[in-house]
Write a new protein. Structure first.
Length: 454
């Protein structure tokens, strides 16, 4: 298996620290609002990757943190006139609802910053004792980037480039512009006592402390969105290696950005769509397939047209299973299975894997007869990516419609009565009126079923 390593900027053969076991840490959500589909892009991609790895026989220990202490959370809590932890608890619940609705697995552990203050303080003390952390009178505690010679390797930046960049906030307490906060001294908001005074952790230190607690000082893969590459992941590498003299993460994986109106989707730009917004009209697997049709490292532009194209593909796949039962085993269709595995083991090339799946699906229905063994292969492969996990009846009836289900059934019965009385004009009118409202009627084996269409 090959993985593109963001640290070395090349595709490398993956060598786990322990045979057939992968320790994986993904930077999670900062919980102060509903998640948007830019966030979902990262987490759905990693969800599909982990599902495939487990399907392929790997034991994956998946850790994804929650940032429940942050300046944005404190500001949002002030506006809502509730405590920061109450606000974060609210949005942790909303996050889980959204992730569950997207068919995502829960991680093995989901540590929160507020539960790991002691570990964070101990790590800062270690860095201070080794001479990598400093503070001045009544200042925050900073990491001294000049003392870490490889600083900038992940993001391919030099300290001179960082120093010459436009400064937004000038902090005279820093030795270098790139020095970052390990402990923020503060008496407002939510704070904890520490050797440096009352305050709270800086953003970057939390992921180092929590990843090492649950995966050890060295582990296999660290992942997240491309926007975290600098400064967050760069800073994680610096403080972690300096604290332990160990390698930290062996491989770094980054998902590309989701763009809308030619800009990165972002809450700060106010150009985002929440997961809840999209799932009003599109089945969660449509959004998943929309993302998987683009390689996880590539940028992707959001559009409803793109979602509709993904839905057309998914509709065709679900149609194959509408009246068929599958068997829970692979047939001896070695070529398709091997090609699928080869695609996924080449840096998780989901666009190629989906194309293989589409081609294979076309071979299943030959001369009006369904090949059940091939259908079973197809379902197991699709399930390994988190697709085709719903029942066709649920899938085709997903989303908002202009009628109650009982009303649709009444129209179907009225149409059946009209056909029985040879009033085909009325029967056709009922069918056409429903179609205008996005309801497709299909007559199969003497029974009429309905589907919602875009």
């Amino acid at each position: 298996m090959k993985i593109f390593n963001s640290l070395t900027k090349k595709k490398e053969t993956f060598i786990p620290r322990v045979h057939k076991k992968i320790d994986l840490y993904v930077c999670g959500m900062t919980v102060y609002d509903d998640i948007h589909i830019g966030h979902a892009r990262t987490f759905i991609n990693f969800d599909a990757i982990i599902k495939f790895l487990r399907f392929a026989g790997w034991e994956v220990n998946y850790i994804r943190n929650i940032t429940d202490i942050d300046d944005k959370i404190i500001e949002a809590a002030r506006e809502a006139k509730i405590s920061a932890l109450d606000l974060s608890r609210k949005y942790i619940n909303e996050m889980h609802k959204d992730f569950d609705s997207l068919g995502m697995m829960r991680p093995n552990k989901e540590p929160k910053v507020s539960d790991h203050i002691n570990e964070i303080i101990e790590m800062i003390k270690t860095l201070e004792n080794k001479g990598y952390a400093y503070s001045k009178e009544d200042s925050d505690v900073y990491f001294d980037v000049i003392k870490f010679k490889e600083y900038g390797k992940l993001s391919n930046r030099t300290l001179n480039q960082i120093e010459s960049a436009e400064r937004i906030d000038i902090d005279l307490n820093k030795n270098h512009e790139a020095d970052f906060v390990l402990w923020k001294k503060d008496t407002l908001g939510i704070t904890w006592p520490s050797p440096w005074g009352q305050g709270r952790p800086g953003w970057h230190i939390e992921c180092s402390a929590m990843s090492m607690k649950y995966l050890g000082e060295e582990f296999d893969i660290h992942g997240g969105g491309l926007d975290l590459k600098f400064p967050h992941h760069e800073n994680e590498i610096a403080q972690s290696r300096c604290a332990t003299n160990k390698n930290f993460a062996s491989y770094w994986m980054h998902t590309g950005p989701l763009r809308i109106f030619e800009k990165k989707m972002s809450k700060s730009l106010k150009n985002f769509l929440t997961v809840k917004d999209v799932l009003k009209n599109f089945h969660p697997e449509v959004l998943r397939l929309f993302f998987l049709l683009t390689h996880y490292r590539s940028p992707i532009s959001y559009s409803e047209e793109g979602l509709r194209k993904a839905k057309i593909i998914l509709d065709k796949l679900y149609n194959l299973f509408e009246n068929e039962k599958v068997i829970d085993r692979f047939s001896k269709d070695k070529t398709f299975i091997d090609n699928f595995f080869s695609s996924m083991e080449d840096d998780f090339n989901t666009p190629k894997a989906i194309q293989l799946i589409q081609n294979y699906a076309q071979s299943i229905n030959q001369k009006g007869e369904i090949n059940i063994e091939k259908l079973s292969n197809l379902k197991m492969i699709l399930n390994s990516l988190g697709l085709l996990e719903d029942h066709p009846n649920n899938y085709f009836k997903y989303g908002s419609i202009d009628f109650l289900v009982d009303e649709i059934e009444n129209f179907i019965n009225e149409r059946a009565e009209a056909r029985k009385n040879k009033n085909f004009k009325l029967a056709d009118k009922i069918r056409d009126d429903l179609l205008e409202k996005g309801i497709l009627l299909e007559d199969l084996d003497g029974k009429t079923i309905w589907k919602k269409i875009s």
